[in-house]
Design a protein around this ligand. Structure first.
Ligand SMILES: C[S@@+](CC[C@H](N)C(=O)[O-])C[C@H]1O[C@@H](n2cnc3c(N)ncnc32)[C@H](O)[C@@H]1O
Length: 374
């Protein structure tokens, strides 16, 4: 298996959509790989010397670095283009998503009625979507994660999958291995022979990471939760289309409602960086409660650790916080998963925090894992 699987829930782009998507991909790749390193050069060669000459000292913190960089035309140009490229990405997939949404809704109805893989989706009409998700369109996704306009609205999931694929390619993430397959490889190396019979994927969005667990361990019962109803409908139909038996639920990672000790493996993928530190900590406490003795949790996320960066790079990597509606970017970059796992109850010797490289070497992901004593 790999990333970017084809299935009947995907929006169907026409020739013009594809041309726009190719352009956005080229623009994003150029901005990210070719031009972005130049921000450091602008800082080292122009902005920092000018700041020091004017103030007689180095900048005190990244707030001062930001003010100085915002005034430089080179940085202004890169930053504006980067924002435009993100907006254009959503426009380039949005045409197809909206044009195709009646067909996708019908496909959702067909697949959720027939359930060829035997999975399910459980939505909760009274569910209170957390405020931050309701009020902010994270990374500018049109309609946001919580969009759900009628009983068969799948637009949020379609946007997430189509936009996410383009975004990842623009970040040059390889397509040979999905994030869930990377975690499975990590588990096989760290815990040889580990074979979960109940798996929970927390904050699953369109289910891109839930499906590989169901396909890798067909005997296992795989559950996945998220707060967005439109995400979950899409995720359910997508999983059914791919022949993966997954049970999706509209629940909060901070209080999942599953019984104690009901899972052997609890995972999350690219989720912590979109949660407040309080929610991250609550999610890890929930992992401790939900795991059966001997059970493992693994949380995979973007490799953004401010402790590894100097103050300029903290400013530079913090671009998404201000410009890409990522309200929890710094809360994640400065969190301490080791401490949070300890506070959740996991023994120190069971905790492992570090990086793990994707199989094609295109990316190293951040992983935090821990095991409940048998
Ligand atoms: C970046 S996406 C996750 C990507 C997904 N795990 C994957 O691998 O494709 C973040 C998801 O977290 C969900 N989320 C945020 N806060 C949550 C919470 N408190 N409980 C459950 N889901 C949450 C959002 O709705 C969104 O779908």
């Amino acid at each position: 298996m790999a990333r970017n699987l084809q299935h009947s829930m995907l929006p169907c782009p026409d020739g013009e959509d594809l041309a726009r998507q190719r352009f956005v991909l080229a623009l994003k790749t150029h901005l990210g790989r070719r031009l972005r390193p130049g921000n450091r050069t602008i800082w080292d060669r122009a902005v920092r010397p000018a700041f020091e000459a004017a103030h007689g000292r180095a900048p005190a913190d990244r707030g001062e670095i930001a003010q100085a960089m915002y005034a430089h035309p080179g940085y202004q140009t890169w930053s504006s283009l980067n924002r435009c490229a993100q907006e254009m990405m959503w426009e380039a997939v949005g045409e197809a998503v909206f044009r195709d949404s009646p067909r996708m809704s019908d496909e959702y109805r067909r697949l959720s009625d027939s359930r060829p893989a035997g999975g399910s989706v459980e939505l909760d009409e009274g569910f209170e979507v957390p405020r931050a998700i309701r009020r902010i369109n994270i990374h500018l996704q049109p309609g946001g994660y919580a969009r759900s306009e009628d009983e068969a609205d799948v637009v949020a999931g379609a946007f997430y999958e189509a936009g996410g694929a383009l975004y990842s390619m623009g970040q040059s993430v390889g397509t040979r291995e999905s994030k869930a397959e990377l975690v499975q490889r990590y588990l096989a190396e760290r815990y040889p022979g580990f074979q979960p019979s109940r798996v929970l994927d927390m904050a699953c969005s369109a289910g891109g990471s839930s499906v590989p667990y169901a396909l890798a361990w067909p005997e296992a019962e795989v559950h996945a939760i998220d707060v967005g109803a439109g995400m979950l409908r899409y995720a359910h139909a997508r999983a059914e289309a791919l022949g993966a038996r997954v049970h999706f639920h509209q629940r909060d990672v901070a209080a999942t409602g599953f019984p104690d000790a009901s899972f052997d493996l609890v995972v999350s993928h690219n989720a912590m960086h979109e949660m407040s530190q309080a929610t991250q900590a609550a999610m890890l406490r929930e992992c401790w409660r939900l795991l059966a003795p001997g059970g493992v949790c693994v949380h995979q996320d973007v490799p953004l650790r401010y402790a590894e960066l100097d103050e300029f790079m903290r400013f530079e990597r913090g671009w998404d916080l201000k410009n890409n509606n990522e309200p929890f970017w710094e809360a994640y970059a400065t969190n301490d998963p080791q401490e949070m796992l300890l506070a959740a109850g996991f023994p120190a010797e069971s905790i492992h925090v570090g990086f793990f490289e994707q199989i094609d070497g295109s990316m190293r992901w951040f992983l935090a894992s821990a095991r409940k004593p048998a």
